[in-house]
Every structure is written in C-alpha cells, then in structure tokens.
Write a protein that binds this ligand. Structure first.
Ligand SMILES: Nc1nc2c(ncn2[C@@H]2O[C@H](COP(=O)(O)OP(=O)(O)OP(=O)(O)O)[C@@H](O)[C@H]2O)c(=O)[nH]1
Ligand SMILES: [Mg+2]
Length: 305
C-alpha cells in the first residue's frame, strides 16, 4: 500500500508541479482579487483541468474566500486543494456487479497507441494475482501486423490463456471462439484486445459493435462491458475521445494510461467533473505492475499533498 502510494505521488510529480507549482508561484505576496483568480484560472485551463471543472473551482474559491474573509493569496492553495478533492472523490465503482455470470467480458477499446494491449497484460496479471480470478485474453486486433505477437507476449508474462488466430482473420470470429473457450474453461474474466485503427473510424465502431454482438451470441448470459482506454498525456483530447466512443459503442468504465511522466494529469479532474465515477484503473508505466485501481480519495491525496 505504502509503495503503491509512493509510486502514485512520484508519477504525478509533473502534474502537481504544473498545477500547484505554478499557482504557488503566482499567489506569493499577492492579495486575493479578481486579477489573481484570473491568473489561477488560466493555469488550471492550461493544465488540462477543463473548462467546467476550472469554473467550478474558481467560483468556489471566490465564495469561500469571501465567506472566510481571506485576503492573503497563499490561502487560496488550501481552498483549491479542498475543491479539487471534492471533484475527484466520488462514489465507489465496483469492477464486478453482484450476480454477474461467468465469464465477464471486457472489450478493451480506444484509439491507436493509447495502451490497450499493454493494459490487457497488466489487467490479466492484476486479476490473477490480486483478485484470484481466472483471466483469459482474446487477441482480436487482427488488423495490425505484429499485434497478435505483442499480446501473446503479455499473455505469457501474465501466465494466462490466450485465444488467437492468423493476422487478417475476422476479429469477431476470434471473439466468438474465445467466449466459447472461456465459458468452457470456467474463466472469470475475458479481456478482449481490439484494434485502435481501421480504414475508417466508422469501420472501427462497426467492428466493435459486431464483436459485442458475437460475444453475446456465443454466451447470452455473459455480461459484456466496454472499457475505454484513454491516454492521460493527451490532455483535453481525452474528453472528446470518451464522448465519441460512448456515443458509438457505450462505455462502462475508463482506464487512463500514461499518467507517469506527464504534466497533463489535470485531465483526471476534467474527467471526474464531466463524466462522474467511471475511472476503473490508472496506468503509471510500461511494466506489468504499473497499474493501479483508481481510488479517487487516494488520487486526490497524492495530487494535492
Ligand atoms: N509510460 C507509459 N507508457 C505506457 C503506458 N501504457 C502503455 N504505454 C506505452 O504506450 C505504447 C503503446 O501501447 P500499446 O499497448 O501497444 O497501445 P495500443 O492501444 O494497444 O496500440 P494499438 O494496438 O496500436 O492501437 C507502448 O510503448 C506502451 O509501452 C503507461 O501507463 N505509461
Ligand atoms: Mg494494441
């Protein structure tokens, strides 16, 4: 626990510097006034906190500063931390719903290069070692050369079964076979790796819908969840990706990757404000252990500490 918190705070260093570092600089020896709040507003927007969360933060800070009759600029920091924590901390978001049939199927989707395949490797390890669940992988990214080989390596690392086919095979048929195999072998969770790019975006969305239909056909009782991977280092673009995928194929949870080493982690505040409680995991590196269950209170603590 201590080590994972340390890892989280270290990973968020650049984001913290980008938000609180810059704000500490501007508030020093200043009075709280509209001009100062405007400068803070700009910093938050530039740090990818998003427009609506930024407005909420600034309005609350202004109101509280007035209520508590604060005038010293440095006192703003504490108010900011409180409000950011309020935005981040939301209800519990369980990974499995009571009464879920086996196998639970997670379709791992997202644009190319966000970290889908890597996250699948990490998730397979997480489920087998932390949750004592039997995990299996379906290699349904048959579009890109070497995609299957890449996910096979992750399956070996995680020591879980993988169902694969030739490059160029129909991804839906791999998903069908994998769902049948997972059902027969008593698998708890089937992780489906999908392509991030096809000839067109419409093609990609159609294929994802088809994979979902086929999984449901192979086992009508299997609950299918679409989990969207977003790259935390892309900042605000992440929010529009969530909207596009949610509209096209639904989204039952988000995993934000690459929060290590980026200064754009403020996007987590934007995600929490705009999209609520949906973040399941965060990715903090390229190794199998660099995945953490997203806990809003812990994340907030690490960010504002
Ligand atoms: N630093 C860091 N790198 C990551 C993280 N997750 C993934 N990566 C890296 O991001 C790159 C792309 O990862 P992939 O897992 O291949 O991404 P993908 O979404 O499967 O890509 P496509 O299949 O091409 O769509 C790789 O170099 C990964 O090592 C993370 O949490 N932190
Ligand atoms: Mg991939």
């Amino acid at each position: 626990m201590f080590n994972s918190f340390k890892k989280l705070t270290e990973s968020l260093t650049k984001t913290k510097d980008n938000i609180f570092g810059k704000i500490s600089h501007v508030v020093s020896r200043r009075k709280i006034d509209d001009e100062l709040l405007e400068e803070i507003e700009e910093i938050l927007i530039e740090a990818d906190v998003g427009f609506s969360a930024t407005m909420r933060i600034i309005d609350t800070v202004k109101e509280k500063a007035r209520e508590q009759r604060l005038s010293d600029g440095e006192e703003v920091i504490e108010l900011l931390k409180q409000e950011i924590t309020e935005i981040l901390v939301q209800d519990e978001h369980p990974l499995f719903k009571p009464g879920d049939h086996k196998p639970v199927v997670w379709l791992i989707v997202g644009v190319n290069g966000v970290g889908k395949t890597t996250t699948i490797g990490k998730l397979a390890t997480y489920f087998s070692t932390q949750e004592q669940k039997k995990a299996m992988i379906a290699a349904c990214d048959t579009f890109r050369a070497a995609a299957v080989d890449q996910v096979v390596i992750w399956a070996e690392r995680a020591k879980v079964d993988i169902i694969r086919s030739q490059e160029g095979a129909d991804p839906a048929s791999v998903a069908f076979d994998a769902t049948q195999a997972a059902t027969a072998r008593g698998v708890d969770i089937l992780l489906v790796d999908t392509a991030g790019r096809l000839h067109t975006k419409a093609n990609l969305m159609e294929e994802l819908k088809k994979i979902r239909r086929v999984v449901q056909k192979a086992n009508p009782q299997a609950p299918v969840y679409t989990k969207l991977i977003i790259d935390g280092s892309t900042g605000q673009n992440a929010i529009s990706q969530v909207k596009v995928f949610t509209d096209a194929v639904g989204c039952d949870g988000i995993i934000v990757t690459k929060l290590d080493g980026t200064a754009k982690g403020g996007v987590m505040i934007a995600v929490a404000q705009e999209l609520g409680t949906q973040v399941d995991f965060i990715g903090l590196g390229e190794k199998v252990e660099d995945l953490q269950r997203f806990d809003a209170a812990t994340f907030a603590e690490a960010l504002v500490k």
